[in-house]
Design a binder for this molecule. Structure first.
Ligand SMILES: C[S@@+](CC[C@H](N)C(=O)[O-])C[C@H]1O[C@@H](n2cnc3c(N)ncnc32)[C@H](O)[C@@H]1O
Length: 190
């Protein structure tokens, strides 16, 4: 489904503009779990540098071909153990990927890694599906581990994110900022 034209159009028209409205995404963004690149194709137009991390090798090869001319940096890696130094990005995006992460602790690890690589004042943006029996059936041969909105809110707060906004409608959306003063390095200000 994520490679269909309809999915791309839905993301571009209804999801990405709504989630990112009014936010400063900065110059350097990291996208987690781009899959075939539906969100990538939109996000790349809003930042100077876009790096994407995808764990599936076939998708990595396809992404490299698709975005070769657009200077998107495609990294074969795992969002639960990001190969980047702390405070490397102004924004991190995770669209429709968290429910593909198989356990609660690994999902929390993705959010914690996003926090680590964000610069102070940086923003995490994303969306995911809300649990439904229909979606469960749709993913019967695939990982399907949707996060309860209240759990996501608790994790984000517990990890140190501030200015958290969770939207619950036909999908789950989230925006969360890293404090302007890095709690691990209070002497470094934005
Ligand atoms: C449903 S696709 C989402 C694609 C795209 N973000 C979109 O919204 O259309 C989820 C992708 O996340 C990737 N993914 C899942 N867990 C990951 C992880 N730990 N690290 C990197 N990529 C991951 C999967 O391989 C898959 O390509």
């Amino acid at each position: 489904m994520c490679s269909s034209r309809e999915w791309g159009e839905h993301l571009h028209a209804a999801v990405l503009p709504a989630v990112t409205a009014g936010l400063a995404l900065g110059e350097e963004m990291l996208e987690l779990g781009p899959g075939p690149g539906a969100a990538t194709d939109w996000l790349r137009t809003w930042v100077r540098r876009l790096v994407v991390v995808e764990r599936d090798e076939q998708s990595v090869n396809a992404l490299r071909t698709r975005f070769e001319a657009d200077s998107v940096e495609v990294v074969h890696g795992d969002a639960t153990a990001l190969p980047f130094a702390a405070r490397s990005f102004d924004s991190v995006a995770a669209f429709t990927m968290l429910h593909h992460v198989p356990t609660r602790s690994l999902q929390a690890r993705v959010l914690s890694e996003a926090f680590r690589v964000l610069r102070p004042g940086g923003v995490l943006v994303g969306s995911d599906s809300i649990h439904s029996d229909e979606l469960h059936r749709f993913h019967r041969e695939d990982t399907y581990n949707p996060i309860e909105p209240a759990t996501l809110l608790a994790w984000l707060g517990g990890l140190g994110y501030v200015r958290i906004k969770i939207g619950v409608d036909d999908m789950l959306t989230f925006v969360a900022h890293k404090p302007k003063v890095d709690p691990d390095h209070p002497w470094i200000e934005e």
